[in-house]
Ligand binder design. Structure first.
Ligand SMILES: Cc1cc2nc3c(=O)[nH]c(=O)nc-3n(C[C@H](O)[C@H](O)[C@H](O)COP(=O)(O)O)c2cc1C
Length: 312
């Protein structure tokens, strides 16, 4: 019998567990010729906000040891252009891959506006809610750091939308478990872990931070142990909850072995982010390496590995 890489979660069939992460694969079109996302489990779009955003001034990315810092500032085409120009193309090219649209807002109301509009559009399979966005009405603290904001955003969108909602959490909090619980309590169907960690690089000659905004989000292999630990911890917590939800593992995945760490920690799906910048086919390579691992280890179904690192 052949290897079964399919995953059923969030009420959706995924042809395989590997997706591309928000902000690292645009809207799928630029990469399509070399990396058609239709080969993958799914595409997660760049974060969409209500208005078009140019983002922060350059320099807004810089390489670091084992990773990179970015402060893109949620540059995107805006809700209307996304729905009219980008989404129809994505939907027409998705094949069996799932289309996950990442949404955000700078207030609870904007989150609900964007989530509701995207959630009602044709061709969208699920929403991923970027809770790493700052709340301009609450001292710029990011939504994901505050349980009440998490609840308001998740429940507010789900009041209007029937699609599965994945809450994307930031690791930059004291207790990611409490935020995960708040999201699930409010109705989230899944959790994505993790977004970037805050970091800074300083140029000694210029005596200034390299990135124009000073701080940036750290991603890449450097954050993988943090991401794996967050998934492990939240998976454990899910087992204690009445209705556990699936986890999507993100952070520093560049190989099949990296992805397997997340799956064994408890992720049902994984996303490849920064690695796409090094190799446009990184996600396909990750998938191929997962398959090769399963075949050499005699694993018949990828879902049999989910959470196995917890067994004693
Ligand atoms: C250049 C860049 C842009 C990103 N933009 C977004 C974004 O718009 N929305 C979002 O939710 N995450 C965004 N992320 C975070 C990634 O989706 C991912 O959570 C994070 O980079 C960790 O995964 P990685 O180490 O594989 O990159 C961005 C990351 C990078 C490197």
């Amino acid at each position: 019998m052949g290897l079964d890489l399919t995953v059923n979660c969030l009420g959706l069939p995924f042809q395989n567990p590997v997706l591309v992460a928000s902000g690292t694969f645009g809207y799928g079109d630029e990469y399509y010729e070399v990396m058609p996302f239709s080969e993958l489990g799914g595409l997660v779009t760049k974060t969409i906000t209500a208005a078009r955003r140019e983002g922060n001034p350059p320099p807004r990315i810089v390489e670091t040891d084992s990773g990179m810092l970015n402060s893109i500032g949620l540059a995107n085409v805006g809700l209307r252009a996304f729905l009219e120009e980008k989404l129809p193309w994505i939907a027409a090219h998705a094949g069996q891959a799932r289309v996950v649209v990442n949404v955000a807002g700078f207030s609870v109301e904007e989150f609900i506006e964007v989530g509701t509009a995207v959630g009602g559009a044709k061709g969208v399979d699920a929403l991923e809610v970027n809770l790493g966005c700052p709340n301009v009405r609450a001292g710029y603290i990011h939504f994901g750091a505050d349980e009440l904001s998490v609840r308001q955003v998740v429940a507010g969108i789900l009041k209007n939308v029937r699609l599965p909602l994945i809450a994307k959490l930031s690791p930059n909090v004291t207790d990611i478990g409490a935020l995960a619980e708040a999201a699930v309590d409010a109705g989230a169907d899944g959790l994505s872990l993790i977004n970037t960690l805050p970091g800074m690089k300083i140029d000694p000659l210029k005596r200034r931070p390299v990135i124009s905004m000073g701080f940036g989000g750290l991603s890449g292999p450097a954050i993988r142990p943090v991401g794996v630990a967050c998934v492990y911890k939240v998976y454990q917590q899910m087992q204690r909850m009445e209705a556990p939800v699936p986890i999507v593992g993100i952070g520093g995945i560049a190989s099949g072995r990296d992805a397997l760490e997340y799956i064994l920690a408890g992720a049902s799906l994984v996303q490849v982010g920064t690695a796409n910048f090094l190799h446009p086919r990184a996600a396909a390579n990750v998938l191929q390496e997962i398959a090769a691992f399963c075949e050499s280890e005699g694993v018949a179904k990828i879902t049999d590995l989910v959470g196995l690192a917890h067994e004693r």
